[in-house]
Design a protein around this ligand. Structure first.
Ligand code: ADP
Ligand code: MG
Length: 253
């Protein structure tokens, strides 16, 4: 089956919490194999948009179409099984098992739901992709360590490994470099770009720090008070007066 070049379509999505319109009709289109960033000052509605896309919140209005199918209002685990992975919080890492085992479990959960149980106990089939992921993130030498002994930055890498182990079509990253040092942030953004390219992965990334996404995104959409105020390639976004205004007026950290 030929796959459409559009992976995700968000169509006039609105989400209100009481009187507050966290999202006031946002539309965007994410194309296959691109890194698409959603940026905006704190409170702009970025996480709410992610929560609607990943099924955590049902939208008040609008539609979400993933791989050609309407997924609006479906439960998160159903959306996840269709190939949309969101980075888990650190609490989803099993702290007391090894780095390798964490990724292996994630990988085998995918094999189980996709009916590939035949390969479940075939060690090389599981070991190879797990090791490839760990190598890509520089975690291979730490594979026998308990996950809880990784640094904060390494644990965030492990979270991304867990999401990638399920072989998603679309990877959602919510502020992947939060809490990292400037050095780690630089390294992590380069790594996300490299892995997306190597795997032909489609990435939807949200971030409040504009500088993080400039070097790695193909396209950027800017949210401000629940509305999309700009969209385009990084160079255009950087110099867009509406975006500069939103950041000067709305940035609170
Ligand atoms: P961002 O991720 O861009 O910082 P959010 O999507 O988290 O912004 O929040 C957008 C607005 O919606 C904020 O004003 C926030 O306080 C509000 N909000 C988010 N989630 C909830 C919720 N579960 N209940 C009430 N208000 C919420
Ligand atoms: Mg947020």
């Amino acid at each position: 089956m030929a796959r459409d070049s559009v992976v995700l379509r968000v169509d006039a999505v609105a989400k209100s919490f009481g009187a507050l319109a966290a999202l006031a009709g946002v539309s965007l289109t994410v194309r296959r194999s691109e890194v698409f960033a959603v940026i905006g000052p704190n409170g702009a509605g970025k996480s709410t948009l992610f929560n609607v896309v990943s099924g955590l919140h049902a939208p008040s209005a609008g539609r979400v179409v993933f791989e050609g199918a309407d997924i609006t209002g479906l439960p998160p685990e159903v959306i996840n099984r269709r190939g949309l992975a969101k980075t888990f919080q650190i609490t989803n890492i099993f702290p007391e098992i090894s780095v390798f085992e964490n990724v292996r479990v994630a990988r085998q959960s995918r094999a189980a739901v996709s009916g590939r149980l035949g390969s479940l106990w075939s060690l090389p089939d599981v070991e190879r992709p797990v090791m490839e992921l760990l190598e890509a993130f520089g975690l291979d030498e730490r594979r026998h360590q308990q996950a809880q002994h990784l640094s904060h930055g390494e644990q965030r890498y492990l979270e991304i490994c867990l999401a990638l182990a399920t072989e998603p079509t679309l990877l959602l990253l919510d502020e992947p470099t939060a809490g990292m040092t400037p050095g780690e942030t630089k390294e992590a953004t380069a790594l996300i770009r490299r892995i997306a390219q190597a795997r032909g992965l489609t990435v939807l990334l949200i971030e409040h720090d504009m500088s993080v996404v400039m070097g790695i995104s193909d396209r950027i959409a800017v949210l401000h008070f629940g509305q999309k105020i700009a969209e385009g390639p990084p160079e255009a976004i950087r110099s867009d007066p509406r975006v500069i205004d939103a950041y000067l007026g709305g940035a609170d950290d």
